[in-house]
Write a protein of this length. Structure first.
Lengths: 285, 754
């Protein structure tokens, strides 16, 4: 196995161009597990941990641009107030040791349907910045995932950063696992409310071949809130509407039976999570 | 360091700092690495094995199959039915077929992939009932029933006022020791081998290895390596024979250390079971009869199945007086992963059933469930359903009263004891933010259990200890040598405490366990403190006697002497002579074997017998918050009362009560090896979930020291009882919170939701 350690971002991109099959590694919380479980033997690995700017974040035209190497811990500590949904999801990732190493960029790169960061990024309509030796492009997260562990990334590309607007309203994240910490999601749900734009964003994790949006549920809830003028007056939303929202979220899922849970349970749990997340978010709006 | 004092374990700081050398850390100059070729099928006929491709790979020094086993090709703790390396058939997924030694572990793994095995794949037997059917393939020459145990006690046609029935299912739990199976075999150049190994019983490994290698026992020497947990998983051989075979073949040291995935197929598991019960009682709540059929799935090989089913059957009713019993216990061969010893050893599965039945009976009688249990509780002199009369303290009612009398945990349901704002760590679902109190209901449940301590049914239970007293640097030192395996339970400290107490010497050194001294028996059955403790006590007493004889003959004839604080003192407490002066260059050494009282085989027709040596009892109360909409749980508190006879090292006893309860909690709510069509679907710690600190609550405990008149210091084994009734108490609490029947563990979220 060839092990490459670029010192700069342009060097990393050149290496990826020369070795399109190379596996990038940052925190190693997915890659090393895969190696230990003998899930594959990559021909070459590009270690991105020496590239300082990957671990930094800043502002970009009103958005937050967060380097692909920013760890969950750093994200929680430094951006928890501006990205509450993503911070809540980050707190559910692994143990403190894993959060000290693992990165949202790596979560996106692995593109597991169960990735904890994906639902809040979907709900917030974030973008992924992909770079190659020939240029840079930004892809909406909602178009990024194409299948289980598959994305729109080209083989010569690396994830440079992701971009997300600071929360314009309440956000929530909720994840079902079969133990109370350090667990892979049986299913998860993220909600982002944007009262100024009158938008509802959702994200579903671990209940389909990719992370999913519940588009119909979003439009339904926007309609309810518009119709009642609730966005401005923060009026109570009927229990029937909240229940319907939960049902629509559940019906947007495409779950399967697997070792972590049944499809039927996942749908049921998503309807509960959606109801609860909306109730908590609305109380804070 | 005396008996009864809380003593910090000597290996504790090194383990906390990461300095402790586990068996997987072993190293020798020029060593090779072993890797294992494993079956991808749960059941298949082996048509051919072609290792030629592997043998020519870079770095490969040897590839061995069953043809290279010079001695016995089959081994096993009770029945020699398991191939060292498979021939003719593979009977479970992951069974070892060939082993490779290479310069580098990756070379060994890649070579293992190149061993070509041609199979005729057969349809596996994956259900115990299927194994019992007339047309099932016979997996072993004697058929598919590994053992059947019958208990026929009292009136077989007894009738009762109130009858409750239930069927219960127990999933397959794993011991999940953090340390993988690992060891290092070093050839001695004269045809023999030295093996450093993490095992629960050095001498039974030695005996089996000598047979497999075709060597006299003296040429197979074992030394205990650092053990990262055992819990029953290290009773059977795993990589021991493979490493020795490769070392003897190559003439080089060979290390084998399993990966996590491999570890899940590298040791036996707790037997999954199906238990059908019928309880009959009078209107006043007294049990009239119990009828039960218990089927355990032993998997592909026997391991310790025959003893596990005996326990499951003998203790099937729980610690209750029951005049009439008809119990059938059956353990069968299937093509599922082999099952064997795990903490609780047959008494865990049945406790879920008998305690659920007691709750059903209480509901049918409209009685308080604790009161019903107390009304039926065994006491000193009570007769078991095996006809054995239990002597010594039997504080079943007292334990139940004590757990019931504990104050309730603080905080309302869904709030833990955080009070005020919702504290996510106190909620079902924990930090995953699934509830802020919505849907949360609290339940309280009780359970009590018991089991045997030490070996049963006539098995010769003994241990050996050698104790030396000599002077070093002007001070007396005691050296204790036994083969007792320190698996984390604290037997090293216990041996030092006992020798220090009996000899009155402060400097006590416990040598590492090896086969250079007689057998200690296994670190299992909660027996080591009793049996090896008894041997150390006996050897220490013998050394003490000789030292005092020396003092009497030289100095003080016919006076009543004893040793205190490194000094010989008289009856009046007056210091007479220091041990150092008395001994000079003399070395006093004594070796003793210790045996507890004998036990006897179960009668094959009636199951009546004095089959057990000692009994231990524990009760638990569980308080559980359940998110009834999501089926997620927070065990708020476990409270326990246990009679330990005498706590030799109280802090270690507390650790056993906490750790054992955590392992019980694991089976109740999350730990399960999921097997489908004979294949393990979750052989990793990603999906085989163990409780975290957010799942395991604080344990409130009441440790009773009632003193067993038959045992050294009055002690009882303590390691297993906490694992027996903790889980059933949790399930009872979940039933109370949800109103659901719950007849299967582990309880899964989808068992609690619509």
């Amino acid at each position: 196995m060839e092990f490459m350690q670029p010192a700069t971002w342009s060097e990393a991109l050149a290496m990826k161009a020369a070795h399109p099959e190379a596996t990038p590694i940052a925190g190693g919380t997915d890659v090393m597990v895969g190696l230990n479980l003998d899930h594959g033997r990559p021909e070459s690995i590009i270690d991105l941990t020496r590239i300082r700017e990957l671990g930094e974040w800043g502002s970009d035209d009103g958005w937050l641009r967060i380097g692909a190497g920013v760890t969950y811990t750093k994200l929680i500590d430094e951006l928890g107030d501006r990205l509450p949904g993503l911070a809540m999801a980050s707190r559910t990732v692994g143990s403190p040791q894993i959060r000290n190493r693992g990165t949202v960029g790596g979560n996106l790169g692995t593109a597991s349907p169960a990735g904890d960061a994906h639902p809040p990024l979907l709900a917030a309509d974030a973008q992924v910045e992909l770079a190659s030796a020939t240029g840079t492009r930004r892809v909406p997260v909602r178009e990024f995932f194409t299948g289980p562990k598959q994305t729109t990334m080209r083989k010569d590309e690396l994830i440079a950063a992701f971009l997300v607007e600071p929360a314009a309203g309440p956000q929530q994240f909720s994840k079902v696992g079969t133990r109370n910490a350090m667990v892979i999601a049986v299913c998860s749900f993220a909600l982002a409310l944007d009262p100024a734009r009158r938008r509802v964003g959702t994200g579903i994790g671990s209940a389909g071949p990719t992370p999913l949006r519940a588009t119909e549920a979003e439009r339904f809830l926007e309609g309810v809130l518009d119709e009642q003028g609730s966005w401005d007056r923060r009026t109570r939303v009927s229990e029937a509407a909240v229940t319907r929202f939960g049902e629509l979220v559940a019906s947007a899922a495409r779950p399967i039976d697997d070792v972590r849970g049944t499809a039927a349970y996942r749908r049921h749990a998503l309807s509960v999570l959606a109801r609860r997340c909306f109730t908590w978010a609305w109380a804070a709006a | 360091m005396r008996v009864g004092e809380s003593v910090q374990r000597s290996d504790g700081p090194a383990k906390v700092r990461g300095d402790f050398a586990y068996s997987s850390d072993l190293h020798a100059e020029g060593m090779l690495w072993g890797a294992t070729v494993r079956s991808p099928h749960p059941y298949a006929r082996i048509l051919s094995i072609d290792a030629s491709g592997a043998r020519t790979m870079p770095g490969v020094r040897a590839v061995l199959t069953h043809e290279d086993v010079p001695g016995q090709k089959l081994y096993g703790l009770e029945i020699q039915d398991q191939p060292v390396l498979a021939f003719d058939f593979v009977r479970y997924w992951g069974e070892a077929i060939a082993v490779v030694a290479a310069d580098h572990p990756e070379q060994a793994r890649r070579a293992a992939e190149k061993v070509r095995v041609e199979y005729q794949v057969l349809s596996p037997v994956t259900e115990p009932e299927q194994a019992l059917s007339a047309n099932a393939p016979q997996l072993h020459p004697g058929g598919n029933v590994t053992r059947e145990v019958k208990i026929r006690h009292g009136d077989q046609s007894a009738r009762a006022d109130v009858v409750v029935r239930g069927e219960y299912e127990i999933g397959m739990q794993d011991q999940a020791p953090l340390g993988p199976e690992s060891g290092l075999a070093i050839p001695d150049g004269e045809g023999g081998v030295d093996l450093s190994i993490a095992t629960q019983w050095l001498h039974v490994d030695q005996e089996q290895l000598a047979g497999i290698l075709g060597l006299p026992k003296e040429m197979v020497r074992l030394t205990l390596a650092g053990i990262g947990g055992a819990f029953g998983a290290r009773e059977d051989l795993s990589m021991q024979a493979h490493a020795c075979l490769l070392a003897l073949k190559t003439g080089r040291p060979v290390k084998i250390s399993y990966s996590r995935t491999e570890s899940f197929v590298g040791h036996v598991h707790r037997h999954p079971g199906r238990l059908a019960y019928e309880h009959g009682a009078n209107r006043d709540g007294r049990l009239v009869y119990v009828r039960a059929r218990i089927i355990l799935d032993g998997g592909a090989y026997a391991s310790s199945s025959t003893a596990v089913i005996a326990n499951a059957t003998c203790f099937s009713v729980g610690p209750y007086v029951c005049p009439n019993a008809t119990i059938d216990g059956i353990v069968v061969y299937t093509n599922n992963p082999p099952c064997g010893a795990m903490r609780g050893f047959g008494s865990v599965q049945n406790c879920y059933a008998h305690e659920a039945q007691m709750d059903r009976l209480a509901a049918a009688l409209d009685m308080d469930p604790v009161e019903l249990r107390i009304r039926n509780a065994m006491e000193t002199g009570s007769e078991m359903i095996t006809g054995q009369v239990i002597d010594g303290p039997v504080p079943v009612a007292e334990l139940l009263r004590r757990v019931k009398a504990f104050p309730s945990p603080l905080g309302a349901e869904g709030q833990g004891d955080g009070g005020g704002m919702h504290d996510l760590t106190a909620m079902p679902g924990g930090v995953s933010n699934t509830t802020h109190g919505e849907g949360v209901k609290r339940g309280v449940g009780y359970a009590v259990g018991f089991k045997n301590i030490g070996y049963s049914e006539g098995f010769d239970d003994y241990s050996t200890a050698r104790v030396r007293l000599y002077v070093v640097d002007g001070r007396p030192r005691v050296e204790v040598h036994s083969a007792a395996a320190e698996v984390g339970q604290g037997i090293v400290t216990v041996q030092a405490q006992i020798a220090g107490t009996e000899l009155g010497v402060s400097d006590v050194v416990v040598l590492n366990a090896d086969t250079g001294v007689g057998s200690a028996g296994s670190s299992s059955a909660s027996r080591q403190t009793y049996i090896t403790g008894g041997a150390v006590k006996a050897a220490s007493e013998a050394v003490c006697k000789r030292a005092l004889e020396l003092a009497e003959s030289e100095l003080h004839p016919a006076s009543e002497l004893r040793i205190e604080n490194d000094t010989v003192v008289g009856a009046d407490g007056k210091q007479i002579v220091s041990l150092a002066t008395l001994l000079g260059d003399a070395v006093i050494e004594e070796t003793r074997e210790f045996r507890p009282r004998r036990t006897h085989r179960l009668n094959p027709e009636t199951g009546q017998s004095n089959a057990h040596m000692q009994f231990a009892f524990a009760a638990h109360r569980a308080v559980v918050d359940v998110d009834t909409e999501l089926g997620l749980l927070k065990v708020v508190e476990l409270a326990t009362a246990q009679d330990v006879g005498r706590a030799i090292n109280p802090i270690a006893v507390q650790g056993q009560l906490e750790g054992g309860a955590a392992q019980g909690l694991g089976l109740a709510v999350m730990e399960e090896i999921q097997v489908k069509d004979g294949v393990i679907r979750n052989p990793s710690f990603t999906d085989y979930l163990l409780p975290t600190i957010l799942d395991m609550p604080p344990v409130r405990m009441d440790i009773l020291e009632l003193g067993d008149p038959n045992s050294p210091y009055g002690l009882k084994g303590v390691g297993e009882p906490p694992t027996i009734s903790s889980g059933p108490a949790i399930v009872a609490a979940i039933r109370a919170a949800t109103g659901r029947e719950i007849t299967r563990v582990p309880v899964r979220p989808h068992d609690l939701t619509p």
